[in-house]
Design a protein around this ligand. Sequence first.
Ligand SMILES: [Zn+2]
Length: 374
Amino acid sequence: MKTALVHSDAYDRFDYGPEHPLRMERLGLTWRLMEAYGLTRLPAATMSVPEPAAEEAIARFHAKPYLDVLKASNTGRAPREAMLYGLGPGDNPVFPGLWDVARLVAGGSLLAAELVASGQVDRAFHFAGGLHHAMQSRASGFCYVNDPVLAILDLRARGLRVAYVDIDAHHGDGVQAAFYRDADVLTISTHERGDYLFPGTGFVEETGEGAGVGYSVNVPLEPYTDSSVYLATFEAVVPPLIGAFRPDVVVAQLGIDSHRTDPLTHLALDVQGFARAVARIVELAPRLVALGGGGYDLQNVARAWTAAWAAMNGVALDPDLPAAFVNDAGRDWHARSLWDPEEALPEHRRVRAREYADRQVEAVRRLVFPAHGL
Ligand SMILES: [Zn+2]
């Protein structure tokens, strides 16, 4: 079993702006925690540094006029047409190096796909990737270039069958839209229900169009869905569909904004529940291209993605965080354990979340499973 960790120190140079919830420093922090655990020096793991993707590679999904606006935004000053493409003050700010970092993220996920497709490794993890909201001609939800779509298109061009599994707290709408009429790419997204959370989509009735009916799968969840409810729901939906679809490669978006302390969402997973879901994806995937995603509590991001990378390598970690890391992590770092303390939700909230999830599973069984002979 060979693996690759795809990362660049260059990500530290970019900044969405002081008020923006997406903090680029989460990436360096994650790398340092992996390093402190010895996970950047594993014998069967390669450390790979991405190059920025070529514009032509990004143009395989994104429209040229949109890419021209992204390029023009690289100065940090918004071009006149920016607003027409979702750019401007708010979620998708124009900042210096925007096009550079968008190309680097795309390059990282394309490198991860290439390493897996060529057989150099079985599993690759690019945790700066997973920017699943970007649309063909529009920035959305902190995402400018949709690197999961580019990775999937690249794997498809090499004749590989791809299933996409998205466990971010937000619906993977950009990836779903890209393959909505395509029966050769199965997309599965679990997320907080769209009537409560951005981007407002991802209802269970969204199952695909035309030949693609049954190949877009959505499992919306109630606020306060905790790890036990989440994992039971995941288990009821994801393994049967992956088993029936028989992908060559799974592309996974591993956002950790599903965590109970995430400031932007209302799900209630803990790091150990997230890690169990990742471990299941690793088991189910014949080959794996894993990407990051959302995550706005930095301590959760570093711990969760470190645990995810350990799972991809079959390494069990000491739950006590390495002291050297904790001492260097700064004043805002309080966690001492990789895992979260047990915290029981009020029973009525658990029941409500479980009943809602059970109804979604029933609907998936009714609306999607028949297309897969299940
Ligand atoms: Zn998210």
